[in-house]
Design a protein around this ligand. Structure first.
Ligand code: MG
Length: 439
């Protein structure tokens, strides 16, 4: 398995930022001040938290300022190499081609003026899996319906069936999100000083069926215009400067139904996208919690792939589908944290990298810690809601108030030992009514 520490991140930073006028007269877009820090520092922090360490910055306009600020990367615990745009404007593709000598065989490419908070472990997994099936690139896409800009992508299962930013069609319902992965050799057929847009490569790959998709569920932010810069600044202030209480919600049995599994003849988590059914009133309950001022984070153990009952791709797909279904009903999840691990191997286990004694499988509180690293959470006012004792234990381990969903039976009381849930509720709707912000 590719891990972030091994994967090179290439960042397009050469743009002129003409729509920002006065702000970028003195400074390149990536360094525009957002809440007291240069814009790209916010994105870099996300990337280093995922474990990325190797960067190539493609710089042009005010390259000197970018190099002076980031240097060799050592103050960020990373290494940075620089590739310089020449006199001639080369476009995104030309800028990557120009950096050829610095590039590794596979790399992740993104823009230096966008904030993209996605599951990068999923990106690497899907890319590697796609390559094994003949793909040469990965594109992240967002279900769009012309929300942000014109939709430009048609999906076909895990593949991009068509990407065309110049000729939108009726069938297009997704938009390219801005994070991609490529094989370096895709750029080798272009001449060194040829100007071209990466969209050309993307279009061609989509037509050939050689680009896999990662469907992401959180909107991106960019700072291309004064309006979008103000919007992102407000987002950063709320997310990183202010602390907010959070409600951590278990998934199976709380948000969606557990289903009968014929193979093991007992109730189990959904192992296929088609098995995912939301429980009644869940979207309303999430809306209620959000209206009370809480973040809603889903924290879920999903050992199904580690046990060989399904694969990790399907587990990701199920989560994405759940988020889509909730969104259709106007309920937005702030983030989702999944533990796909299991401590021991089964005879039918295929994805053996999922076998480990981790710190994220509840009752361990690792998923909650992961959320704490990403958001400014007021733990003393936060809750954990779940239908098993491991949920209650994980919440109690970090001092959350706990709400148990269901009936507490005696065997459960024994397993919990000294720890008991603070509240008991029938379902998420009742739990949503129990939780309340401090006066
Ligand atoms: Mg559960």
């Amino acid at each position: 398995m590719m891990s972030p520490g091994d994967v090179q991140v290439v960042v397009l930073m050469g743009g002129l930022g003409t729509r920002l006028k006065d702000i970028t007269k003195e400074c390149p877009k990536s360094l525009v001040d957002v809440c007291g820090r240069p814009f790209f520092d916010h994105q870099l922090e996300l990337l280093t938290a995922w474990g990325f360490r190797k960067f190539v910055f493609l710089i042009g306009y005010r390259a000197d300022m970018i190099e002076e600020h980031y240097g060799d990367g050592s103050t960020y615990g990373i290494t940075i190499n620089y590739s310089y745009d020449g006199e001639k404007l080369l476009g995104t593709g030309g800028a990557v081609r120009r950096a050829m000598d610095l590039l590794e065989d596979d790399f992740l490419l993104m823009y230096g003026d966008s904030f993209m908070d996605i599951d990068y472990a999923e990106t690497l997994y899907r890319y590697e899996r796609g390559k094994a099936e003949g793909a040469k690139a990965l594109m992240t896409v967002l279900r769009n319906a012309n929300r942000f800009d014109k939709s430009n992508v048609v999906m076909d299962g895990d593949r991009i069936a068509l990407y065309d930013k110049h000729n939108p069609t009726q069938e297009m319902d997704h938009i390219d999100y801005g994070v991609c992965m490529y094989e370096k050799q895709l750029f080798e057929s272009y001449a060194e000083d040829e100007a071209f847009d990466i969209a050309e490569i993307q279009h061609e790959l989509s037509v050939k069926g050689q680009m896999v998709a990662q469907k992401v569920t959180k909107r991106f932010y960019e700072i291309g215009s004064p309006g979008s810069l103000a919007e992102f600044s407000e987002y950063v202030r709320k997310r990183f400067d202010e602390s907010h209480p959070a409600v951590f919600v278990d998934r199976d049995g709380v948000i969606n139904e557990i289903v009968w599994n014929d193979d093991i003849e007992q109730l189990d988590s959904p192992m296929k996208v088609s098995q995912l059914k939301l429980l009644p009133d869940v979207a309303e309950a999430i809306k209620t919690i959000k209206e009370k001022g809480y973040y809603v984070f889903v924290v879920t153990n999903q050992p199904g792939a580690a046990k060989g009952k399904t694969d990790l791709k399907t587990l990701y797909d199920i989560n994405t589908h759940m988020i889509d279904l909730l969104e259709d009903q106007g309920a937005e999840i702030d983030d989702l944290f999944m533990c796909p691990h299991y401590p021991r191997e089964f005879p039918q286990t295929k994805e053996k990298f999922l076998i480990k004694k981790c710190g994220c499988r509840k009752p361990e509180p690792g998923l909650i810690y992961r959320a704490m690293r990403k958001y400014n959470i007021d733990l003393s006012e936060s809750y954990m809601i779940g239908d098993s004792c491991s949920d209650v234990l994980a919440g109690a381990a970090v001092g959350l108030s706990t709400v148990f969903i269901g009936e507490v039976k005696c065997d459960l009381c024994k397993r919990l030992g000294d720890i008991s849930a603070d509240y008991i509720a029938r379902d998420l709707k009742e739990a949503a009514e129990i939780i309340s912000p401090a006066e």
